[in-house]
Design a protein around this ligand. Structure first.
Ligand SMILES: Cc1ncc(C[n+]2csc(CCOP(=O)(O)OP(=O)(O)O)c2C)c(N)n1
Length: 657
């Protein structure tokens, strides 16, 4: 079994090609049950094998951007036996994870981080005067990210030895967009930039009898020459005027940044990849190797539908068919969002939709289809998306930024400095607020209430169901300042959506169940967003056990409803807050602050995620159960609160230490 880099190095070219076949089979068959990032990984099979052939991890460092394409690396670094567990409870993580393997030198999940992190490693190596090779693999879409350019700007000033691999498959999750995508296309098709063939040929000729060819067998040398000729022929056939402006531009951006550009090369040609990587390894000065790959290579359905197969749930490993939703399944929040955007845009000319490379994930694709002129995909550029929205808002628009809670973290300064400070009516729709169970900690949206709660003058909401989401979206379009709506991943509650949305009064909670006249202990349950449903279940159980429960749908995390909170704070014997968010700084914290400010002593039980990074798991239910967030577990906690003895009268520090 080939499952260690050392094994890869011993293989002949034929065996390496066979390994590529086997790895593809492993990816296609093992991911079928639970899903995963199939397409991107099928695209980097040869590249990853070649990397492990030429370099030696963990001594050498591979830094994968986003790292959703690191499955092949996992298979080749001792994790083949556990590969079928990927993205499931107690299984492998779907991204690089430092704690998972010594071969994962850097963790990721968000795009655009690899170049900077890898450059930091190079600087550390140079400081230490050690000799590790640092290889950074980043996608053509990750290159649209601002941080990538901040790193590129810095590389040649910082180190002499840095190997970047631009894995260009022309796709982000959707088709890559923007000027950088067009630029890369020019590089691929412009014969003037075909520098690799000359460089590489010269280098190969210098090798005594072709060292590489000796190792891989003579076929390798022929294959390399063949591939080089292919590249040259393909490029020569292209019209140099093809960009429509009399040429292809005048300079190579990477070379202007002080890096040596090699490419473009066929990223599925193993001997060519190996020789280029060997060449890059001995190069003096930072190098960018431009590798052309096909997302989904080796699986017809994935090749035909790169967007669907970028990341998906279970599928048929032969046909690629995915199961259709069971009849009666509620719509996903993202789809309700997308359809509502179309309706709002039709009614209100000031509304536009903005996505940062996530048209299908956010549901904004519906707007792209229905009203493309009101839709903007700005690439993987969340900061830019927010600033762009701010600019539009200054001109009377209500831009809707559809950005996952976790990715919006990156736009924090833009939210404060550009949107909030200028009181601009940008609307933020934060999907995946809460858990993204099989992705794990890089993708859970568990911090947004806390990071937004301290920003002055903004309004933040969380709907209890899809009908309220629509009401809230409509309400946001009527506001004069920034508004935020958080809602979870996946299926909504299955409630009917009203024909016409209603305005939600800002800062007003909804009491969905009041205390009754019974003599039971009074518990006020403030269930935020999707935890409103949990609060209702807790109330049902406790009521059956003789408690007197009220349930409140807070709707707003900023401003919270002071009147309703104060009323129930005074009326109840125990206040319980429930939220799909970390406890520190969350909604429960704001309730505690308010009750404290009003000198109300009613105890508060805060229910939410603990102060730690939550791991990945097969399902949300598994994690809720593990962390005590199911209705019966919460009911038990509430009963324990009443049963708990009064705190001792503390007179010395050591009594509490
Ligand atoms: C900051 C951030 N925004 C959005 C995403 C969602 N996302 C994951 S992969 C991806 C596309 C990456 O495309 P590319 O870098 O070209 O790599 P490929 O999948 O094509 O190999 C996107 C948008 C993310 N991971 N991080």
């Amino acid at each position: 079994m080939v499952d260690q880099p050392a094994h890869v190095k011993k293989l002949t070219l034929d065996q390496l090609n066979q390994l590529a076949e086997e790895v593809r089979h492993e990816l296609i068959t093992k991911l079928a049950k639970n899903g995963g990032h199939l397409g991107p990984n099928l695209g980097v099979v040869e590249l990853t094998i070649a990397l492990h052939y030429v370099f030696s991890t963990p001594h050498d460092k591979f830094v994968w951007d986003v790292s959703h394409q690191s499955y092949v690396h996992k298979i080749l670094t001792g994790r083949k036996n556990r590969f079928h567990t990927i993205r499931t409870t107690d299984g492998l993580n779907g991204f690089s994870l430092r704690t998972e393997s010594e071969h994962d030198c850097y963790g990721a999940g968000h795009a655009g981080t690899a170049l900077s992190a890898a450059l930091g490693m190079c600087a550390a190596r140079d400081q230490k005067k050690s000799d590790e090779n640092v290889v950074c693999v980043f996608g053509d879409a990750a290159l649209t990210n601002g941080i990538s350019f901040e790193a590129l700007n810095n590389i040649s000033h910082t180190t002499k030895k840095f190997i970047c691999i631009l894995n260009d498959n022309e796709w982000s999750i959707a088709k890559n967009v923007g000027a950088i995508a067009s630029y890369l296309n020019k590089l691929i098709t412009n014969p003037r930039y075909n520098k690799l063939a000359k460089d590489l040929e010269r280098w190969m000729k210098r090798m005594p009898k072709g060292e590489l060819a000796v190792r891989l067998g003579h076929k390798a040398e022929e294959a390399i020459k063949g591939a080089l000729t292919d590249v040259a022929l393909q490029q020569n056939a292209v019209n140099v005027e093809a960009d429509g402006r009399g040429g292809f531009g005048s300079s190579l951006i990477f070379e202007e940044m002080g890096m040596r550009y090699l490419g473009p090369i066929d990223g599925h040609n193993l001997p060519l990849l190996i020789s280029c990587l060997e060449f890059a390894r001995q190069s003096e000065g930072p190098v960018v190797l431009h590798v052309l790959t096909k997302k989904g290579k080796g699986f017809e359905s994935a090749l035909n539908s790169p967007e669907k197969f970028h990341g998906l749930g279970p599928y048929d490993p032969v046909t690629g068919a995915t199961p259709s939703a069971k009849p009666g399944t509620p719509p996903n929040y993202q789809d309700v969002f997308g359809q509502t955007m179309v309706k709002l845009c039709k009614k209100d000319n000031s509304v536009v939709g903005i996505t940062a490379a996530m048209p299908s994930g956010t549901g904004l694709k519906a707007l792209e289809k229905a009203m493309p002129e009101r839709y903007y995909d700005v690439g993987i550029a969340e900061e830019h998306a927010v600033l762009f929205a701010a600019g539009m808002a200054t001109m009377g628009f209500h831009p809707v930024c559809a950005i996952y809670s976790t990715f919006l973290q990156r736009s924090y300064d833009c939210i404060i400095h550009d949107v909030a400070l200028q009181e601009l009516p940008v609307i933020f729709c934060m999907d995946r607020a809460g858990l993204s169970a099989n992705d794990g900690p890089t993708h859970h949206g568990l911090f947004d209430i806390a990071y937004l709660r301290c920003v002055p003058s903004i309004v933040c909401m969380a709907p209890k169901d899809e009908d309220e989401l629509v009401d809230m979206m409509f309400t946001c379009t009527l506001q004069k300042g920034p508004t935020f709506i958080r809602y979870p991943r996946g299926a909504a509650e299955g409630v009917p959506i009203k024909e016409s949305p209603m305005v939600v009064e800002i800062g007003k909670a909804e009491v969905t169940r009041n205390f009754d006249s019974s003599k039971g202990k009074k518990v006020a349950l403030f269930g935020l967003g999707n935890f409103h449903g949990v609060a209702k279940k807790v109330a049902e159980q406790l009521t059956a056990e003789g408690y007197n429960c009220a349930v409140i749908n807070p709707r707003f995390t900023k401003p919270i409803d002071a009147g309703t909170t104060e009323f129930f704070g005074r009326a109840a014997e125990l206040v319980v807050t429930l939220e799909d968010h970390v406890l520190p700084g969350g909604y429960g914290s704001s309730v505690c602050e308010l009750l404290n400010d009003k000198r109300i002593n009613t105890p508060v039980l805060r229910v939410g995620w603990p102060d730690q990074f939550i791991e990945h798991a097969s399902t949300v239910d598994h994690l809720r159960n593990k962390y005590g967030l199911t209705a019966p577990q919460i009911a038990a906690q509430i009963k324990a609160q009443f049963a708990a003895a009064q705190p001792a009268n503390v007179t010395s520090l050591s009594a509490v230490a």
